[in-house]
Design a protein around this ligand. Structure first.
Ligand SMILES: Cc1cc2nc3c(=O)[nH]c(=O)nc-3n(C[C@H](O)[C@H](O)[C@H](O)COP(=O)(O)OP(=O)(O)OC[C@H]3O[C@@H](n4cnc5c(N)ncnc54)[C@H](O)[C@@H]3O)c2cc1C
Ligand code: SF4
Ligand code: SF4
Length: 424
């Protein structure tokens, strides 16, 4: 597929890896009028570049976990995939726990990987300082910088736009990102040995989907604000889940609860690729952190806590060392059954994706090549009627173009393109 085919068929999530693999000036990441970060080719791409992009893009190829990374003792579940350990826990440091999106586990692990000398830096994302409603890729070399990236960034961001340059550094690092970003990097690892050589850990969060920037722009409209007035745009964190807090340069503050932010599902503005995501639960990561609202949902600020799925032997060594060093505190063990109760929307999605992809195929649309993710086994947990409804729904939406996207064009003015350092 061409780059435009990938985007227009709703398969792109804007990770930026294609840009990182292209030659100078060939691909730029742009912000589209819909509020999505998308690649556009500025020159005709050569056959080998396009072949490489098709091999690594997480919109075209989604592979499951590498069995060789699991121990003989690993648990497995058709919906949840492999696990060396399942726990509920949080960052031991109270500030990290407070500022983290849920319980600060990913931030605490990022800091621990640095302090224990396992890696030189963490590749993750944070709010863009000059435009805090937007997000940017960040390389963190110290604990303070990792902490600055704490919290969920629901809008678009391209953490892999400079991934090739990052590999060129030749230093050990860890990636903290969405499951699809990690899929992209695992795809690349099959072609580029530097990924195995330098990327020591890949950590993910369980992901319900990334919103268009337009979702955040709606919030500004609600308060009558302009983006250039903002000093802070925090989606959550500072509690679990914490408030969506906006501060302006002239000292005003505005807040929405998590429930208010997400109350109207029609306005979630989740990107098309997310609706057919076969691995939003990070089966390809070493460790995955999730929300764990034991009171049944974020009605009020809950105990700051994560679900933790340790997926690989490498992840288990890191997890055990982080607990022993006092970076992570474990409340108790958990189970696939409890995770399923806490993350029922993820269970529903895992069971629905096989039929959705079939529906898209019937509508004549391209779908990603998905391997080793037990999609059919998950679908068999649904009734025939449910599968038919999912398949027909996807087929009809695909025929109406609702699973696709317009050809990407930049928004006007200064936001047209991403600069060399990956900022929009
Ligand atoms: C788009 C999105 C959807 C989510 N959906 C779910 C869900 O369905 N179920 C669920 O249990 N949890 C979901 N979460 C995850 C949840 O909000 C927490 O991020 C997760 O529990 C980890 O919490 P933590 O306190 O350990 O994270 P923190 O310690 O706050 O660390 C979060 C890390 O994730 C990185 N990060 C944040 N946003 C992004 C992004 N957009 N792309 C790449 N990296 C990012 C940050 O740089 C930081 O390093 C979602 C998060 C996001 C961003
Ligand atoms: S998903 Fe990533 S690699 Fe694929 S086209 Fe989009 S930005 Fe490029
Ligand atoms: S739902 Fe899937 S495709 Fe969408 S952002 Fe999350 S991991 Fe990526």
């Amino acid at each position: 597929m061409s780059l435009n085919d990938i985007v227009e068929n709703g398969l792109c999530i804007g990770c930026g890896l294609c840009r990182s693999l292209s030659g100078p000036g060939e691909i730029e990441m742009i912000m589209t009028p819909e509020g999505r970060v998308r690649p556009i080719a500025r020159k005709a791409l050569g056959h080998s570049t396009l072949t490489q992009i098709n091999a690594v893009c997480p919109g075209t190829r989604i592979a499951g976990p590498d069995q060789a990374q699991a121990s003989d003792a690993a648990l497995t579940d058709p919906v949840w995939g492999p696990a060396e350990r399942l726990a509920l826990g949080h960052a031991e440091d109270p500030e990290v726990r407070f500022r983290g999106s849920s319980g600060g586990v990913l931030t605490a692990l990022g800091q621990f990987m640095l302090s224990s000398g396992r890696v030189k830096f963490i590749l993750h994302v944070s709010a863009l300082r000059s435009a805090p409603m937007r997000s940017e890729q960040r390389l963190s070399f110290d604990a303070a910088s990792v902490l600055e990236g704490a919290g969920s960034r629901y809008g678009p961001v391209a953490p892999l736009a400079d991934f090739s340059d990052i590999l060129d550094r030749g230093e050990p690092f860890a990636l903290i990102a969405k499951p699809c970003d990690i899929t992209a990097v695992r795809n690349l690892a099959r072609l580029d040995p530097r990924v195995h050589d330098h990327m020591r850990y890949a950590l993910a969060f369980v992901c319900g989907g990334a919103s268009d920037l337009s979702k955040s722009e709606q919030v500004l409209q609600r308060f009558g604000l302009r983006e250039d007035e903002l000093a802070l745009f925090r989606y959550r964190g500072h509690g679990n889940p914490g408030l969506n807090r906006i501060e302006t340069r002239d000292g005003r503050a505005f807040e929405l609860t998590y429930r208010q932010l997400w109350e109207d599902e029609d306005k979630w503005m989740i990107q098309p690729r997310c609706k057919i995501c076969p691995d939003a639960i990070g089966q390809v990561a070493d460790i995955v952190a999730s929300d764990a609202w034991l009171n049944g949902g974020p009605a009020v600020d809950d105990e700051a806590l994560n679900g933790i799925i340790v997926r690989t032997r490498r992840g288990l060594e890191l997890f055990d060392a982080a607990v022993a060093a006092g970076a992570l505190a474990i409340k108790r063990e958990t189970s696939f059954v409890e995770l399923g109760e806490l993350q029922s929307h993820q269970v529903r999605k895992r069971r629905a994706v096989w039929a959705r992809l079939k529906g898209m195929e019937i509508a004549g649309k391209p779908v990603p090549v998905v391997t080793d993710l037990a999609l059919k086994d998950c679908a068999l947990q649904n009734s025939l009627a449910d599968n038919l409804a999912e398949g027909r729904g996807a087929r009809d939406r695909a025929r109406r173009g609702r699973l696709g996207e317009p050809r990407p064009v930049p928004r006007g003015g200064s936001e047209a393109a991403m600069s060399k350092d990956g900022r929009l």
